[in-house]
Design a protein. Structure first.
Length: 78
């Protein structure tokens, strides 16, 4: 049905793009998988074309103070 794709992957990435100050907690037996997927979306070139100021540590964002782990990541500069 696409519920996980829309609510657990795409919606958090979109929400961070619109408001990088948000804090989102994901709880489920697949929360780490979803966190990894959201990070991949934010790292994608297409996402960066739409939301160029929303980055996490990786290809598009470099900030030694921003955390990036499987289960926890921070938007650079927020």
């Amino acid at each position: 049905m696409g519920k996980s794709e829309l609510i657990s992957r795409r919606m958090p990435a979109f929400a961070f793009g619109r408001n990088p100050d948000l804090r989102i907690i994901g709880t489920s037996d697949r929360a780490w998988d979803f966190s990894r997927d959201v990070q991949r979306i934010i790292d994608s070139e297409s996402y960066q074309r739409i939301f160029p100021t929303t980055t996490i540590n990786g290809e598009f964002g470099r900030d030694r103070n921003a955390k990036r782990e499987v289960g926890l990541f921070e938007i650079v500069g927020q």
